[in-house]
Design a protein around this ligand. Structure first.
Ligand code: SAM
Length: 200
């Protein structure tokens, strides 16, 4: 089964797998994003973060390989009376225009290493000068928790990986921590995460 099919299947279930409310780290750090800017949401799934950002006045582009997820993202946007642009694409091949985005949001986007490196290079390229990257993802410490996240270490993130991949950015916030994550039926308790906020 391909990654795409796996996520299409999950998102075909009733309701929203990660809820309709935004990720906590994003909500808490909204003030770090350039007001009303153009934002790219990576691996955005069913659109909870995109719709939240659109409601705050941002111009949002959401990319994900799951057509089913992004269709639900558009339905959520319609029900909240906002507009978002959705692009069905594999991040292994998704390219961005240089210096196009004021911010990039990456919430629980877990990719195999070569894909991650390609996608992160696109993030750096796509950010405008002073543009902001906001990222939260699970670390290998999450494997013991059984409260969500990818099952294999290869897909998990560490501070070391992020500092290395985003060495050209200025880091404002970088931490590994455990926090309670109650975000839909698939993220359900203590979560070991890494968080990054950085500017170009
Ligand atoms: C854990 S979900 C997170 C969804 C969303 N960011 C959120 O927090 O609600 C991971 C998402 O990554 C997407 N994804 C996984 N591999 C991908 C790839 N190679 N290209 C694009 N999206 C991918 C999946 O389709 C899924 O929507």
């Amino acid at each position: 089964m391909t990654t795409e099919n796996k996520w299409d299947l999950k998102y075909s279930e009733e309701g929203f797998a990660y809820g309709t409310q935004p990720n906590d780290f994003l909500r808490q750090n909204l003030h770090q994003l350039p007001v009303g800017g153009r934002v790219l949401c990576l691996a955005e799934g069913e659109g909870r973060n995109s719709v939240f950002l659109a409601k705050q006045g941002f111009e949002v582009v959401a990319v994900d390989s799951s057509a089913v997820g992004l269709q639900k993202a558009q339905e959520l946007a319609r029900s909240e009376k906002v507009q978002i642009t959705t692009i069905v694409a594999d991040l292994a091949e998704f390219t961005v225009e240089e210096a196009f985005y004021d911010a990039v949001i990456s919430i629980f986007c877990h990719l195999p290493s070569p894909v991650r490196q390609f996608a992160y290079a696109q993030v750096v390229k796509g950010l405008k000068k002073d543009g902001v990257l906001l990222l939260e993802g699970y670390t290998p410490a999450q494997l013991k928790n059984n409260t969500g996240g990818p099952p294999s270490k290869e897909l998990l993130l560490t501070l070391e990986i992020l500092k290395n991949d985003f060495a050209s950015l200025n880091i404002l916030h970088a931490i590994e921590l455990e926090r309670d994550i109650i975000e839909g039926r698939l993220h359900t308790g203590p979560g070991a995460v890494v968080q990054l906020i950085a500017t170009k």
